[in-house]
Design a protein around this ligand. Structure first.
Ligand SMILES: [Zn+2]
Length: 509
């Protein structure tokens, strides 16, 4: 806002001379760029800044100490494509229309990258989602990005690239931009299964899992992946069989159990992946520092969803349920010159894009479910807000107790792809969940998150507890009743095969 009249006039003239050069709006601070980092499958409470007692996240902890840490940030759905589409558009899945892992974001959607690109920022993305296929590409998530690297192999399939390679590529991209303002999105995926071991030097982000389980002698030395299946998605020495999928399903949904030592090892490997990812996140932050860009770059770190590590008998996966291990993610925003703060009020990752537009003085989305939390970065009182969430499409439903037949009855696969859980996460930290398949009288769950963070006591067993919640109940019932179809799916044979290889569709052929 201190621009001189002369400079403003010159900019107007430039805009007339070259219509494609639009005048860049003024940010609300001395910021010229955005580094948005998302980490796949990263639940909040495995990070030091969120109270974990293991040293998993020194780089993020240091950033959180300098910036704003949002204590309770939730994703609108615990699956990758749908959640990332929400992050980039500020809309719930029901409204942007990506309801399956394999669906693409419509071209008509407005994305945060389009806004920054149109305002004259250089835009780039480095995104690790290994079920992207040549036919579907990045499923519409690339809208607004001048470059969008998915680390493809020679056949054009996206690879499961490690954080070190991704961080190297991102730092090269920053170098190539020189002094230009930019918007860079980096999506790292290391904490997603398979959980790889990273033996080696702690100074390189390695060695944590072995340090935590020094005496481990079971099968999960190198990695942990869907119990009996190798990291490439295939069992040793053959094709996937019904026996493999049954073993996976029975363990995933708690019908069978791993030994205590195997569980401890798997969780140590998950924590080790976080430590490894944090190291390379820290390298990106250090690169900004050494290039003199740390003081003019807004850095955001969050996740597409968390991971259930056995809570509610759901093991080493996400997507099926709406409990906090899958919905609650880290959200740290460092906007240089803003004082450090911790924001207790509930926010959604759908709020991130509207906030970035607000901070940089860009026009808000014409239609968004998210809203800016920029005022909270200044320490303004922030009461938190209600959010909506839905589970992903059911996978391996025959093993999911939610779909279990009554005693003696044959299993009937869910025929309606809309058949999923929905939740209203209420501002005073209550969570209300509607299960459309449950028997009448037991379709609701209610948890007082503030008093019961592990969601152990279902208050809905007392019908009186539901009486004050008439409005959110009516909203969830309305959505469940009306929204019975999904949009056209982009599920090609190639995409099906890819999801199958990644372990998502182990139960389907
Ligand atoms: Zn994901």
């Amino acid at each position: 806002m201190t621009r001189t009249i002369g400079a403003r006039a010159a900019l107007v003239l430039l805009a007339v001379a070259a219509a494609s050069c639009s005048r860049r709006p003024e940010p609300d601070g001395p910021w010229r760029s955005v580094l948005l980092v998302t980490v796949d499958t990263l639940r909040a409470d495995r990070l030091g800044a969120y109270g974990h007692d293991r040293d998993t996240s020194p780089a993020l902890d240091a950033l959180a100490a300098r910036g704003a840490r949002f204590d309770r940030a939730l994703v609108p759905t615990p699956r990758t494509t749908q959640s990332l589409a929400s992050l980039l558009t500020g809309r719930d899945p029901l409204r942007h229309g990506v309801r399956l892992l394999s669906q693409s974001l419509d071209d008509a959607s407005e994305t945060v990258a389009e806004r920054f690109r149109d305002a004259g920022y250089r835009t780039g993305a480095f995104v690790v989602v290994p079920f992207f296929t040549p036919a579907l590409g990045p499923q519409g998530l690339d809208q607004g990005f001048e470059s969008f690297d998915t680390f493809d192999d020679r056949r054009g399939f996206a690879r499961d690239a490690r954080a070190e390679e991704v961080a190297d590529a991102a730092i090269r991209w920053i170098d190539e931009r020189g002094d230009e303002p930019w918007f860079l999105w980096v999506h790292l995926r290391d904490p997603h299964a398979p959980y790889w071991n990273h033996p080696g030097d702690a100074a390189e982000g390695c060695g944590l899992a072995d340090a935590l389980t020094p005496d481990y002698s079971g099968p999960w030395n190198a990695y942990f992946h869907y119990w009996a299946v190798r990291p490439n998605g295939r069992p040793a020495g053959g094709a996937l069989t019904k026996a493999h999928q049954d073993r996976k399903g029975r363990l995933k949904f708690g019908h069978d159990r791993l030994s205590d030592a195997d569980v401890e090892r798997a969780i140590a490997l998950y924590d080790g992946e976080i430590r490894y990812t944090d190291h390379h996140f820290g390298r990106m932050l250090a690169a900004l520092e050494t290039r003199g860009r740390a003081d003019d770059t807004v850095v955001v770190l969050t996740a597409d969803h968390g991971e259930s590590l056995g809570e509610h008998d759901f093991w080493f996966d996400h997507g099926e349920f709406l409990y906090d291990p899958s919905l609650r993610v880290p959200l740290v925003v460092h906007a240089p010159t803003k004082a450090p703060t911790v924001v207790e009020g509930q926010v959604g990752t759908i709020d991130v894009a509207p906030t970035l537009l607000d901070l940089f003085g860009l026009a808000p989305f014409a239609s968004a479910d998210g809203r800016s939390f920029a005022a909270a970065l200044d320490g303004a009182p922030f009461p938190g807000r209600s959010l909506f969430a839905e589970s992903g499409e059911p996978l391996m439903a025959e093993h999911n107790p939610r779909f279990a037949p009554a005693d003696g009855a044959a299993f009937v696969p869910p025929s309606d792809p809309n058949d999923r859980l929905r939740a209203a996460a209420l501002t005073d930290r209550r969570k209300l969940i509607l299960d459309p398949r449950a028997a009448p009288g037991s379709e609701w769950e209610l948890y007082a998150i503030a008093d019961d963070p592990r969601e152990l006591a279902d208050l809905a067993t007392d019908p009186a507890s539901l009486e004050p919640l008439a409005r959110p109940r009516a909203m969830l019932e309305k959505i469940a009743a009306e929204d019975t179809t999904l949009g056209p799916t982009d599920l090609t044979d190639e995409a099906l095969k890819r999801l199958h290889e990644q372990g998502y569709l182990l139960g389907k052929k």
